[in-house]
Design a protein around this ligand. Structure first.
Ligand code: COA
Length: 159
């Protein structure tokens, strides 16, 4: 069985409140990370129709500050599938409502989620149906990242 990315893509929006931020009004990185993980979880859960766990989060760089009052929009999309693993590309866009401007993309990251069966073992998932050329390119790049991570893990297990 195959499923396309549109069937599981999700966007979550949230207004940043004082409880999300430090004394200077900067939103905590962990708050954004939690949102991103929640989105990746929901997307992978929809794709696999099962429970999933986060196996890996690739490099996260906070390019722009996010302040109290901003509207944060977090979108997750499946870009690669292995046998039981699902790579979700998560992007975060920020709108500064008070100053009526969009601050654009604040950050992005690849989340590797693994689908689990009722015995808490990795389970086979539907493969990703690629709907256009761009998705084919993204999938091939995802496959390269998957192979690279696998060989690093293999090496780490020997030392
Ligand atoms: C993720 C986890 C289930 C993998 O278990 P495992 O025994 O290594 O399973 P496998 O070796 O069979 O790997 C299963 C899949 O996970 C992928 N995987 C495992 N570790 C990975 C890692 N560090 N990075 C990326 N992918 C990983 C494998 O490539 C494999 O993908 P594939 O089936 O598509 O080929 C296990 O390490 C785990 O439970 N980790 C804790 C997860 C967790 O608690 N997260 C936070 C809370 S949700």
């Amino acid at each position: 069985m195959k499923k396309n990315s549109k069937e599981s893509t999700i966007t979550l929006g949230q207004v940043m409140l004082p409880t999300n931020a430090n004394v200077a009004g900067n939103v905590f990185g962990g708050e954004i990370l939690k949102m991103m993980d929640s989105v990746a979880y929901a997307v992978a859960m929809k794709h696999s129709e099962s429970n999933v766990v986060t196996a890996r989060i690739d490099e996260i760089i906070f390019h722009k500050p996010i302040y109290i009052g901003s509207v944060v929009q977090c979108t997750g999309k499946v870009v690669f599938t292995g046998k039981s693993s699902i790579e979700v590309y998560v992007t975060v866009y920020v709108d500064d409502i008070q100053n009526r401007k969009s601050n654009g993309k604040a950050l992005c990251a690849y989340f590797t989620m693994v689908a689990m069966d009722e015995n808490n073992e990795p389970k086979i998932i539907p493969q990703l149906e690629l709907i256009d050329e761009q998705e084919k390119i993204e999938f091939e790049k995802g496959k390269e990242r998957y192979e690279k991570r696998k060989s690093i893990r293999k090496y780490q297990n020997t030392i």
